[in-house]
Design a protein around this ligand. Sequence first.
Ligand SMILES: Cc1ncc(COP(=O)(O)O)c(C=O)c1O
Length: 454
Amino acid sequence: MNINRKFVNVSAGVPGPIGKKLTDLRNQYVPNGVGNNTPVFVEKANGSIVEDVDGNKYLDFAGAIGSLNVGHTPDHVVQAIKSQADQLIHSCFHVVMYKPYIDLAKKLVEITPGDFPKKTILLNSGAEAVENAVKIARKYTGRAGIVSFTRGFHGRTLLGMSLTSKVKPYKYKMGPFAPATYKGQFPYLSNRPAELTEDEYINFCISQFKDFLLTEVSPEEIAAVIMEPVQGEGGFIVPPKKFVKEIFNLCKSYGILFIADEIQTGFGRTGELFASTYFEIEPDLITMSKSLAAGVPISAVTGRTNIMDAASPGELGGTYGGSPLGCVAALEVIDKIQSEKLWIKARGIGEKIKLFFNNLKKDYPIITDIRGLGAMVGIEFNDPTTSQPAKEFVGALTKKCCENGVIILSAGVHSNVLRFLTPLIISDEELDEGLDIIKYSIQQVVGQLVTEVK
Ligand SMILES: Cc1ncc(COP(=O)(O)O)c(C=O)c1O
């Protein structure tokens, strides 16, 4: 197959000569703990295309782990950042205030689910948004307990790690972890015991959570439940709507706050502007980051006014929280998502990817589950004879995809899920070319494994 297609060209080799030199320097000066999913050094990027330092061109199906719903370097965002940089880069909102912070706070209040008074605090990263949502919830309720879920991911800070449940690589030998953090069981429909129907399994998960409130932590001690509406790092696992609504209602009945961690699911990814809308819930607090500002570091917590106001002046914030550059970028991003209704485009992208893999599945029984919401699609791979997670296969596949010109990541506690986080502005032609390259890469990896077995 000619791998030099219309959009992709990897003729310099991956990595090419300049990339190899930079990798040597990276190994000399950057610690091991900073993981790299690909050997690629990017020079520039636009839309869904990444160009590396050797001139190779890739289709980007990872989108900086879901940060690029509007694609790389969209014109209006770039212009807004440039003109903001001419005016003001930083004054620290605590010292001298600026209008873009207020504009973005207001915009997030307007577009997040829940037709009630809300306020917004702006921060730097996803983990920092999670930390602040927890601080606010504790302050408001006067309770300490925070419940997250198995396979959840909430960041790499001490609290983020404590709420996260994939041990390697996120927590291993990094403890002890924050006290008063607990894990409820998250449903995993496609892995349910064979003897249970879907409905029986969902009811079982709900009763399991009720038992958890008897056996692990009492509801009066819980400040908040934090949930990813669709689990990201955990393997693109979509919980049943009934489960989410039940947990949400249980929280309400016990005065427990519900925090929706929409850091990966937000801004159109799941076929709604926010996934909470799909699940028909209006969270007390929502954490946002990633696709909020097309890659400029910024995050936010938006929530009910009475809850957000529980902390006193000085208890929340930070030097760089809600930087002017991030604010203006985010305002442009939101405008683009709304004017182009990108959440609707996300549904079409997801359907196309699912259909493609449903067709492929007939020839490749190693593909065992195709799931997702909107354009947040995960393809699970398990050994068809042993049913064991095909971690090595997916590792080899993501590597091969990259060599063939598609940047794509894995997910899941067993790292056996291929996850699609393509920009939502991707064209049909680009998506088709990328899917075709993935298919070719699967053929190559299967061929390679057959040769190895022989
Ligand atoms: C659901 C969720 N929460 C929190 C985080 C942490 O965000 P950050 O890496 O910006 O700290 C992530 C990042 O992947 C995430 O997906």
